[in-house]
Design a protein around this ligand. Structure first.
Ligand code: SF4
Length: 215
């Protein structure tokens, strides 16, 4: 299963930068991390080779043939939302060469954020990188420097020391967040709050969009 996912990811990486597979795109609020509450247009690329067992968008792992969109179309739709900010997410966006997409988004005057597990070298120009490493596929070392924020998902108690290992490798400017995995929020939110109080280099991130039932 895992090796099949990694092979599928390698096949996707060999593809051109245009068109790109988009699972969905929508205008909403950023629900997590330091930009919580900020309106942004989300571009969810399809394709992921990380394979988190608790993933809440497993339908994004394998792009469908009918999901490919020309970059010009993606940019037009983002601009039509009226926002000045997009979030490229996935799936795992570093599978793709994003240079053309980010060039055209910037030329349209949009700021670009990215949510990534950082498992492949970043190809593209991103203004804000939310780096969320996963245990299931090792991140590229470059993300400890390129990250603007580090967001570690807490699924069990072992994830606290694992989060510290990643925080130690990050550049000083990186904002550090712990976030409960949604299905475990009842067990871990209070623990994360106590952990952040005892270790104030961390802040708490919640999936606020899920609490208020927006995309
Ligand atoms: S990296 Fe993201 S999209 Fe990929 S499996 Fe993990 S949670 Fe799901």
């Amino acid at each position: 299963m895992k090796s099949k996912l990694i092979k599928a990811g390698a096949d996707l990486r060999r593809k051109q930068a245009n068109p790109l597979p988009v699972m969905e795109q929508f205008y909403t609020l950023q629900g997590e991390g330091i930009w919580t509450g900020t309106p942004a247009y989300f571009i969810r690329l399809a394709g992921c080779d990380v394979g988190c067992h608790w993933c809440d968008v497993k339908e994004s792992w394998h792009p469908g043939d009918d999901q490919y969109l020309q970059i010009e179309e993606i940019v037009v739709r983002a601009l039509a939302s009226g926002t000045d900010r997009v979030v490229i997410t996935g799936g795992e966006p570093t599978i793709y060469d994003l240079s053309l997409l980010t060039k055209q988004l910037h030329e349209a005057g949009l700021k670009i954020h990215m949510e990534t597990a950082g498992v492949h070298p970043l190809i593209g120009d991103i203004d804000w990188v939310c780096f969320s490493p996963k245990k299931f596929l090792k991140p590229q070392p470059e993300f400890y420097q390129k990250a603007s924020e580090l967001k570690v998902i807490i699924f069990n108690d072992h994830d606290f020391p694992w989060a510290e290992e990643h925080a130690e490798k990050c550049a000083d400017h990186v904002q550090l967040f712990l976030q409960p995995e949604w299905s475990r929020r009842n067990k871990f939110t209070a623990k994360i709050v106590e952990y952040a109080k005892a270790n104030p280099h961390w802040r708490v991130s919640l999936q606020t969009h899920k609490y208020i039932d927006i995309p």
